[in-house]
Design a protein around this ligand. Structure first.
Ligand SMILES: Nc1nc2c(ncn2[C@@H]2O[C@H](COP(=O)(O)OP(=O)(O)OP(=O)(O)O)[C@@H](O)[C@H]2O)c(=O)[nH]1
Ligand SMILES: [Mg+2]
Length: 324
């Protein structure tokens, strides 16, 4: 199951209390203070890890606690520090404070980590203070996670347009392909290679008009292409679905705009798919979407035109990179 939202609770360890203790000497009325310090509480750390692909781990396991520091002892013995707790999340996890939704951190790359709840400092023993002090409380937080996959290119299109077929042809990913809409139920990533250049491409469930109102599988998967640098807009040119390709193209872009203006303004490479079907050759003549300089004619099934399409995508990504 693909889970891309989660809510968890974290609690850092409390600091151990300082110790009040007096070293007794024979014949002396007052002893020398020798209470040790309390140990520090462990902190909670969140780390992005490539072995994690979704937030499914957090469906049932929602509470994470670091251990508290031990109390100080007599003979100037300091308490042991608490152990930290490391939570692993997939790269692309956005961490917010639950409720306020204040952004705490966006962990994009594997290995990136953040200290999210600090352990409490240990109290001082009476060997340092007149009176031993209490340990501080460790921070406690409720967090919300949102996973936004990190891909360079996102494939968008109506259900059945051939998005998964294309992904399976250009990467080693093995998405389900079938002759009915909404075959793909969750995003899938693959790595495409063009010469020595490679990029990550995401296949997401098909979109339909009204997706922003929840029609079809809705627009909830669009978050996974929000961070792409380029969209590959795949249009079914076969006419099998009784859809006019030009009309579909416009409608899908409208849906993108209704979701977010930044998604709508993302650069698109447009490809007409299923060009192996004779009817597609007739329909392509009338397919002149406004503002689109080139429409790549491909067949994800036979592989025709794919090589050229990939080179165009790679070159767009390269120019964009050099502009950065
Ligand atoms: N003739 C022909 N059929 C194709 C081509 N590309 C895909 N198909 C067929 O179209 C159907 C849908 O393909 P998918 O790749 O599952 O489509 P999708 O866009 O991923 O669909 P959803 O996951 O439902 O959004 C399958 O039966 C494919 O075999 C093509 O270039 N030519
Ligand atoms: Mg699919």
């Amino acid at each position: 199951m693909f889970v891309d939202e989660a809510r968890i609770f974290v609690k850092a360890g409390d600091g151990g209390n300082g110790c009040n203790s007096l070293e007794k000497f024979a014949g002396k009325k007052y002893g020398r203070p020798n209470g040790g310090d309390g140990g520090k509480g462990g902190s909670v750390i969140i780390e992005a890890d490539n072995n994690k692909q979704t937030l499914i781990d957090f469906r049932y396991n929602k509470h994470f606690k670091a251990t508290s520091g031990k109390q100080g002892g007599s003979n100037n013995k300091n308490g042991e520090d608490g152990r930290g707790c490391v939570i692993k999340v997939p790269p692309g996890t956005v961490i917010r404070e639950s409720g306020t939704e204040v952004l705490l951190r966006d962990l994009r790359q594997a290995g990136e980590k953040v200290l999210i709840a600090r352990g409490g400092a240990g109290g001082k023993g009476n060997d340092k203070k007149r009176e031993a002090t209490l340990g501080e409380k460790g921070e406690a937080k409720e967090l919300s996670f949102e996973l936004k996959l990190v891909a360079d290119v996102g494939i968008i299109g109506y259900p059945n347009a051939g998005k998964s077929t294309l992904l399976s042809r250009i990467t080693s990913a093995k998405p389900r392909i079938a002759d009915f809409p909404f075959t793909t139920k969750s995003p899938i990533l693959g790595v495409a290679q063009v010469g020595d250049f490679s990029f990550v491409i995401a296949d997401i469930p098909g979109l339909i008009e009204g997706a922003h109102r929840g029609r079809g599988l809705g627009d909830r998967f669009l978050r996974h292409i929000e961070r792409t640098r380029l969209l590959l807009h795949l249009v079914d040119m076969s006419g099998i679905e009784e859809r006019d390709p030009g009309d579909s193209f416009e409608k899908l872009n409208k849906e993108l705009g209704l979701y977010s203006s930044s998604l709508r303004s993302k650069k698109q490479v447009v490809a007409a798919n299923k060009m192996d079907i004779p009817r597609a050759k007739e329909l392509i003549v009338g397919f002149k979407p406004a503002g689109v300089k080139k429409v790549h004619q491909i067949s994800a099934l036979t592989g025709a035109g794919i090589e050229k399409l990939l080179r165009a995508v790679a070159s767009e990504l390269r120019t964009e990179k050099s502009e950065e």
